[in-house]
Design a protein around this ligand. Structure first.
Ligand code: WQD
Length: 337
């Protein structure tokens, strides 16, 4: 029995493949490489000693997806595949709604055709919008989302929830990621955004390795201890292990649940800059810039539910996040190119 990772060559997917393999699961990857590289499969082979079966397909293509299920006995699916750039989603909303929702509906219809009833979905803390009380917990009211990307995640959560209600033997886990950062300890896989990174950690990494001149700190007048934005950064390896726990949960047919995957700790932009400077051994240059539209001051998780029900908790802290990010970036200054 195998675990299918849609978007499995991506940042979170590839790290999850490593941890699933380490936990004794057989991994199958489906990816169209729209935001990932085929080189990842070679790197995964170096790390695990295994060449995972790869289907270079668009998950929305049901004919192609059926072949995956015909050729492999898929026990559970982790659905990573989807567009995920917040800013881009504002400028091309229809592409985001079409791609992210279509691929999910196609996946769930093909799963039903083959009797696969176990699904883990890659959701996001962005579904909490900016009304929920801190720390965000899974019972908090969701929305309104501040961008189409976030709405696609919330709509897909609703689709899965409604389907589970109508199909008693279906088991699902919705994982709400906070801010995934860092890289596998080998430095062979890591975050490789297309173009100039939108997110903080990969941007700092590019400044540290010298491919970008300095970091613009988007606002230092927030109601936070040092005035800069506070987020819940989680090491991608801890996040990957959370997916292993979620796969075990759905396979044991324990029902349908939502879990935050975060540390429960907020770190500011300037604290991140300081920690990264220590990790790379030189100052990361920055300038204070105006606030970024749509940003909220603080966002961090109540991470207790995943610990209580999944038996999962984070093991890696800020210094390991920066150490491993720097190890990846300094060994791969141009990413997978
Ligand atoms: C973090 C902090 C910025 C860049 C986004 C998505 C979310 C999730 C994670 C997918 C903020 C500040 C950033 C820069 C800066 N993605 N910043 N200069 O916005 O919390 O969350 O990524 O699920 O859905 O919304 O992450 O890394 O962009 O920003 O000062 O060049 O860093 O203002 O305070 P964010 P981020």
């Amino acid at each position: 029995m195998k675990i299918l990772l849609t978007g499995g060559a991506g940042y979170i997917g590839s790290h999850t493949a490593v941890e699933l393999d380490a936990a004794g699961f057989e991994v199958v990857i489906a990816d169209n490489f729209s935001n990932s590289s085929p080189i990842v499969l070679e790197r995964l082979e170096t790390i695990t000693g295994k060449r995972f079966p790869l289907y270079e397909i668009d998950v929305a293509d049901k004919t192609a997806l059926r072949r995956v299920f015909e050729e492999n006995e898929i026990g559970a699916v982790i659905h990573f595949a989807g567009y995920k750039a917040v800013g881009e989603s504002v400028s091309i909303p229809l592409s985001y709604y079409r791609n992210n929702i279509d691929s999910t509906l196609s996946l769930m219809e093909v799963m039903a055709e083959f009797g696969c009833k176990n699904l883990v979905f890659s959701s996001s803390a962005t579904v909490y919008g900016n009304r929920a009380k801190l720390p965000f917990d899974e019972e908090a009211k969701t929305g309104p989302c501040t961008n189409p990307y976030g709405w696609t995640k919330l709509f897909i959560e609703q689709i899965i929830t409604d389907y589970a209600k109508a199909n008693g033997d279906f088991s699902s886990v919705l994982l709400r990621y906070f801010n995934p950062v860092g890289a596998h300890e080998s430095g062979l896989i890591g975050e490789d955004p297309k173009d100039v990174p939108n997110n903080l950690m990969p941007y700092i990494a590019r400044v540290a390795v010298g491919t970008l001149p300095f970091l613009s700190v988007y606002g230092n007048d927030y109601p936070t201890p040092d005035g800069t934005g506070v987020r819940d950064y989680i090491h991608v390896t801890d996040l990957a292990k959370g997916h292993v726990a979620a796969v075990k949960y759905v396979l044991e047919k324990k029902g349908n649940e939502i879990f935050n995957l975060g540390t429960g700790k907020g770190i500011s932009v300037l604290e991140m800059v300081k920690a990264y400077s220590e990790a790379c051994g030189h100052e990361v240059g920055y300038k204070i810039a105006p606030r970024r539209p749509g940003d909220i001051a603080e966002c961090y998780a109540n991470a207790e539910k995943a610990e209580k029900i999944l038996g999962w908790k984070v093991e890696l802290g800020l210094s390991e996040m920066c150490r491993d990010s720097w190890n990846w970036q300094s060994k791969n200054p141009e990413g997978y190119k």
